[in-house]
Design a binder for this molecule. Structure first.
Ligand code: ATP
Length: 547
């Protein structure tokens, strides 16, 4: 193989490795290994030029090959090492005569030769220039005199050094780029956490909503704990955001936690944080939601789901303002405003012993009731328009029109899943309407049947009837709820079909939320999820499959 081919063979993998995730030390080590395949030597080193605080110049080994490992811990002061100084001054590849009287910086450090000083040997090196400045040095030592004789080794070293310098420069740029991407991400994350929450659009002109808006404005300015109640999907989280956005804490964090979404063992660690080793799996220190919300607002969603023991701890935090990370003795003071929400009857939960009375009273200093959608006269169309517009722009449609019969159907429906149900219904209706052929420029018309609403659902308006109670199933569609005739299909299939209807109805009734649907079916959430999966039902939160 020619010298050039050898050089190319050694360098190509180096260039390829530039884009890999190799740590810097490994990259440099491979660079030296490649150098030694081009130019056989007993020792090679890559050293970085550095300037000390006192202005003196130093060389720090970055990678070594054939030198004792402790070399990596040394630093060479330039003025004490005339060979290094000569290499830097030369600005190009330089070979020292075998009998050069200049002391060798690697005396006693060559791995296969423990003696010092080194005997007569061959030594050459070359400076790596990056952006016109000396960046470092490559050095090669061969114990056999004459190893580097002739012009070829010098030329090869020079060519290698030029490419190595380019490699180093590119690696440095990649690192800078990674660093700036990392910094940008951190800034964005910081901004996301601390940016003032844009006041959410709490749509609705009904008198019930106007009263709620007034209540929000009244209590927002205070630091009182607020308990937001209302059926599932009425917009409790939106109300919490509105409270925060109108409070004096608006430019601080709004942190939310869904108390139903976490297993009991994790809730406390999520709320209060933990230190490394506090429990199995706590591999590092972690801030809890309270610390994240310091000076801001903490929103405890589905607060009725908190275990009793956690309620007691939370109560202490609310009274003292002191939190303690799991596994740490020390307490820290936090300044957090609590807003909690629930779709349960917490007073009943207190009576049943599922909620501590003291915790309940502490939370409900200022209760806010969000009205169900059916109690907001006319708002359903305002909201439908808003969701239609959002879906239109998501799907890149020119125009979407709600036909008169569809408007009437929306107004007639009782909306047990409230605004969330409406949101899903509109998205599903648009998808449904899109399946109909239409002239390319015509706006998409949403017909009543696209909404797939159950017309009988307004029938009952008495308090306490199934539709008033978010825990119950909505009135059933006669077609959907007819029990499958087992003689048609066999018992097993008929039962599966019936199960599927019940689960589907419960999910729809509860805005496709697992927890309340599971409660209504008297199952626990995990069992319901397994059952829905087995029955081939879609996940809550995603629009249901088209019928
Ligand atoms: N007045 C409103 N204006 C605009 N969007 C609304 C309004 N009320 C609710 N929404 C939307 O409806 C959906 C459900 O609202 P949200 O999650 O706040 O309900 P929730 O009462 O907290 O539900 P859950 O009890 O299930 O936790 C969200 O997408 C929310 O943005």
């Amino acid at each position: 193989m020619t010298a050039n081919a050898l050089l190319l063979n050694a360098l190509l993998p180096l260039v390829a490795e530039l884009s890999s995730q190799l740590p810097e030390t490994e990259r440099y080590r491979r660079l030296l290994a490649a150098l030694r395949t081009v130019l056989p030597a007993d020792a090679a080193a890559l050293l970085r030029c550095e300037r000390g605080a006192d202005g003196s110049d130093w060389l720090r080994p970055l990678a070594i090959d054939g030198l004792s490992p402790d070399t990596l811990g040394r630093r060479f002061r330039l003025r004490e090492h005339p060979r290094f100084a000569a290499l830097l001054a030369a600005g190009q590849a330089l070979r020292f005569p075998s009998d050069s009287p200049l002391p060798d910086p690697y005396d006693g450090l060559v791995a296969h030769h423990s003696g010092a000083p080194l005997p007569v040997h061959d030594c050459m090196g070359c400076v790596l220039q990056v952006d016109g400045q000396p960046w470092g040095l490559l050095t090669l030592d061969a114990l056999q005199p004459g190893s580097f004789a002739g012009d070829a080794p010098l030329a090869a070293l020079q060519a290698f050094s030029n490419l190595a310098a380019a490699t180093v420069a590119t690696a440095a740029r990649l690192r800078q780029l990674e660093q700036s991407v990392h910094n940008e991400r951190q800034r964005a994350e910081h901004f996301r956490r601390h940016a003032p929450l844009a006041a959410p659009r709490l749509l609705g002109h009904s008198s019930a909503m106007r009263a709620l808006q007034r209540d929000i404005a009244t209590v927002a300015a205070s630091d009182l704990a607020v308990l937001i109640t209302g059926e599932t999907g009425v917009g409790k989280e939106l109300v919490a955001q509105a409270l925060h956005a109108q409070s004096t804490r608006a430019d601080q964090a709004f942190v939310s936690i869904n108390c139903a979404a976490l297993p009991d063992q994790l809730v406390e660690s999520e709320l209060f944080g933990h230190v490394r080793g506090a429990f199995t799996g706590a591999v590092s220190d972690r801030q809890g939601k309270f610390e994240q919300a310091h000076q801001g607002t903490l929103f405890l969603d589905e607060v009725g789901e908190l275990p009793l023991a956690t309620q007691a701890k939370l109560l202490r935090v609310l009274q003292s303002g002191q939190i303690q990370r799991l596994g740490l003795d020390r307490e820290r003071t936090v300044d957090v405003r609590i807003i909690a929400a629930t779709n349960q009857d917490l007073a009943a939960a207190v009576r049943d012993g599922r909620m501590r009375a003291d915790f309940y009273h502490r939370l409900s200093v200022y209760p806010l009731q969000v009205p169900p959608l059916r109690a907001r006269e006319g708002d359903v169309l305002v909201l439908a328009g808003y969701f239609l517009e959002r879906t239109r722009s998501q799907f890149g449609l020119d125009g979407v029109r709600l036909e008169a019969a569809a408007q009437a159907a929306l107004l007639a429906h009782r909306w047990p899943g409230n605004v969330r149900e409406l949101e899903h219904c509109i998205r599903r209706a648009v998808l449904h309407a899109l399946r109909r052929p239409r002239p390319p420029t015509a706006p998409l018309g949403i017909h009543a049947q696209d909404l797939a609403l159950v017309p009988s659902s307004k029938a009952s308006t008495h308090p306490g009837d199934p539709a008033e109670d978010p825990g119950s199933l909505p009135p059933a569609d006669p077609a959907a709820s007819a029990v499958a005739d087992p003689t048609d299909t066999g018992l097993r299939q008929a039962v599966a079909r019936y199960e599927r209807q019940l689960v589907q109805q419960a999910l729809e009734a509860h805005g496709y939320r697992w927890a309340p649907a599971a409660r209504a079916l008297q199952l626990d959430r995990a069992n319901l999820q397994r059952l829905a999966k087995r029955l081939g039902l879609h996940a809550p939160g995603s629009p249901p499959p088209l019928r």
